[in-house]
Design a binder for this molecule. Structure first.
Ligand SMILES: [Zn+2]
Length: 228
């Protein structure tokens, strides 16, 4: 069942390790098959060294396990809620990558400060509000997604494929697991650059014109970047 998506999801999880975005078993990636509404996600707490395609857990959008012997990632409910709220996305990745997490812990959006950011994110990467005590004590994993979705009111999740959860860490997404992992890796690079940039000059920023030029160079109908 969904063998290709399992392979792609495993590969996305391993890519996060290769790029230094996750320590130990922190972090998780999932992918969705929109035709069947089934989600493939990393199992909870299994070492990446021994993680296999067959270990991936298949669930439906209600979180019921359809296939797999292991327990799904503890962040499953966040992934599922993002799939429901953002119908254009095909994969979700969560890491505690250091620089993006620093911005999340500071409760700050990552401002668009240059073209590296603008190539991937059409505007700041938004940070959620803090969860209330009731939200933390309640359905915490689901409420994490609710805070992200609330923050994206008026923001296109395809144009800004990542969010920071205040006091926690980033989530990124994309059209497939490879794309979501790629966005998470770029997010960490952009977060690191922004951190250093703001230290050097807290008043900096990129113009809307330059932001638009770089974003639309790579995205949309008139993109010119790369090969046809
Ligand atoms: Zn986390």
């Amino acid at each position: 069942m969904l063998e290709q998506l399992k392979k792609e999801t495993l590969e996305a999880n391993l890519e996060l390790v290769r790029r230094g975005l996750v320590l130990y078993t922190f972090g998780n990636a999932s992918g969705i098959d929109r035709a069947s509404g089934l989600v493939v996600i990393k199992p909870s707490g299994v070492d990446y060294d021994v993680l296999k395609s067959d270990d991936m857990v298949v669930t439906n959008l209600d979180g019921e396990i359809v296939q797999g012997k292991l327990r799904p990632s503890s962040d499953l409910k966040t992934h599922l809620a993002l799939y429901k709220a953002f119908p254009g996305i095909g994969a979700v990745v969560h890491t505690h990558s250091e620089h993006a997490t620093a911005w999340a812990q500071a409760g700050r959006d990552i401002p668009a400060l240059g073209t590296t950011h603008a190539d991937y994110f059409h505007g700041p990467v938004p940070c959620t509000r803090e969860l209330t005590d009731d939200e933390v004590n309640g359905d915490y994993v689901l409420n994490t997604a609710t805070a992200i979705i609330e923050r994206f009111d008026g923001i296109d999740p395809i144009a800004v494929p990542a969010a920071l959860v205040a006091g926690h860490a980033p989530f990124a997404w994309g059209k497939n697991p490879h794309d979501a992992a790629h966005n998470a890796v770029v997010l960490e690079a952009v977060a690191k650059m922004a951190f250093m940039t703001v230290l050097l000059n807290s008043q900096c920023g990129v113009s809307k014109t330059l932001l638009d030029r770089h974003y639309f160079r790579k995205h949309g109908a008139s993109a010119t970047y790369g090969q046809k």
